[in-house]
Design a protein around this ligand. Sequence first.
Ligand code: BGC
Length: 761
Amino acid sequence: MEVDDLKAKDKMKNTIRLEEMKNTGTAAPVPTEAEVAARVDALLGRMSLEEKIGQLTQIGGASFVPGPKPEDVIRKGGAGSVLWLNDTKQFNALQKIAVEESPSKIPLLFALDVIHGYRTIFPVPLALASSWDPVVAERAQAVAAREARAAGLHWTFGPMLDIARDARWGRIVEGAGEDPCLGAAMAAAQVRGFQGPSLGAPDRVVACAKHFAGYGAADGGRDYDPVYLSEGQLRNVYFPPFEAAVKAGVGTFMSAYMDLNDVPASGNRFLLRDVLRGEWGFKGFVVSDAFAVGSLVTEGFARDGRDAAFRALRAGLDMDMASNTYLEHLAGLVEDGALELADIEAAVRPILAIKIRLGLFEQPYTDESKLAQVVALPEHREEARLAAQRSMVLLRNEGRLLPLAKNLKNVAVIGPLADSQEATEGSWMVFGHTPAAVTVVEGIRAKLPGAKVAYAPGPEIRRDIPSMFDEMFGVKKAAQTPEQAEAAFQTAVDTARDADLVVMVLGENADMAGEAASRASLDLPGRQEELLEAVVALGKPVVLVLLNGRPLSIGWAAEHVPAILEAWEPGSEGGHAIADILFGDVNPGGKLPVTFPRKASHAPLYYARNLTHSPEGSPRYSHRYWDGPTTPLYPFGYGLSYTTFAITNLKVAVPQVKVGSSVAVTADVTNTGSMVGDEVVQLYIHQKAGSDSRPMRELKGFERLTLKPGETRTVTFLLGPAELGHWSTSAGKWVQDTEDFDVWVGADSLATLHADLAVVR
Ligand code: BGC
């Protein structure tokens, strides 16, 4: 990257603050807590029990949701919120019924999953986390919020904050990966992006921290399966992103689907009352995951719907998403005396409070002409391109094959994802969205206007078992016959043979990661590996671009393909951003937020494991399995650049720090190459002994820096009680042990630059 580009980037980063982004809405006046409480009381005073229960009910606006017509439910005051609808006109029509015809005229909250963009699609959250730059995530979600709000949405079901250490689990794509420190930073950033400075900020939406909690630890990586996590694991690893979201002011939480230690998360008082409200002081409301209140019966926890409604409400679950269990049973439970009216009102309060803070009573409708103006803003595409550039991770670059020269005359772009808008935008599209991304083929063609850029997809790839969403949305995809696949294979190899350089674009289709998209293998699906090997055998220079939503076991490529770029699912501007990196207009600087295992059977594999009686690499029993190494293919935090960096001069300000105090850790980072580039400097610690065994490494700080050739900067991290303490299983509480620690600073989780630190009384 040139110095001018860098300046431009710095300008983007520093001068267009999120607050200054053009506002197309009017700010709701920020009411005080007392004002909100008084308005809530006044509303409650005039609402019937049925209407109160209505506020606790979220109904589906889509045709696949069973039950009465939304209009009829809303007219009776039977719904507080609508999801699975994405149509401004319809929003206004339903809102009109709510505010003009329903008994207490309370406006509806319109909610949808806006996970990585509304119309302008950003890289998937796992990719945003690969930027190791919370500003990128904040800005992405600010744009998503602005577009979503212009469409009439008030509330998004994001960010997804589940720590995921098992790449087989499909929903790993929706989160920030395996680490609580990176996860917490990304959580807070996304909440700020969605919500802005306060609930009710114009052009923003209410965020929802999901899925509380532990969903990412599903047995075997199988979606929805039970989770067993100790309190120590929950508090040290799985909770921090959620607590960070609360601290950032997140308006709502979503309870997870699965059983956590034998108690479903949606009926789990420990999670929803003791921790969330009791310890963290959360004041917003909790919505269930879709149909999850009803599922308490399916899961063999509640006896029937009545029991499910009772137990979910008592556990602290305020709003029932789509199962109608509250609607059917809460009134009876109050009439029988099983529940108090106060129980119902306590759940209604935070819902009404959010509607008040959003200014919905004053402005319930959305201007139907607004969306078209907002989605057309060129800065949204710019933001998406910048986010995609910053999210990509260079995994390999032997012989400095990359960056490619722009005078290439004859390039082949090969692979089933090379021209796929769907795979480029990735999983979790907004309901009803049509993919419209710049593909890799298009991006490369735009970079090489005078060159021949041939394209051949090769055999298609598809899930063995179709996605439940295909069935839900009536998607039918005709499969290639083996003969057609074979012909496509040969065409792809022939196309590659004719070129001077080949860019292979392989990975997973959008429907191969996400909800209900777990898999037993992490191999490249279909015949992609075979095609890759055939193309490499031609002896041409080959660059592999990966489009995928999870780590893949690309062991063969890691040895035989000279250049590998992990582009994830990069969004609307993905093809341009990939070409920007391949041709050196942008120097990649992303780092892996997840460990890449060599094989699926090594999952869960993550860096922050405890030591064992015979640590890996020790002479007695160096391997965990006898049939191959279990070390990662690529470690957590890893990523290359077109330049080189040296990290030196690690200093811990004092060798001993008192319990409760903080110590500064500094290191110098120098760009030792000849190109401007980014390094993510990472701080890891290890507590050597103490009340519990502690992970052999834990990330405790990171900073992404842009450095000119020859430039050196000093990075400073603070280690205080929050970083040096932990939740102790043996003590049953938070502790800060007086013990010795290792400290490392480096460019990934294998950092070797080391110092000692002791915590003392
Ligand atoms: C998913 C949630 C999502 C909800 C609403 C569920 O199936 O687990 O993440 O927010 O649907 O679409």
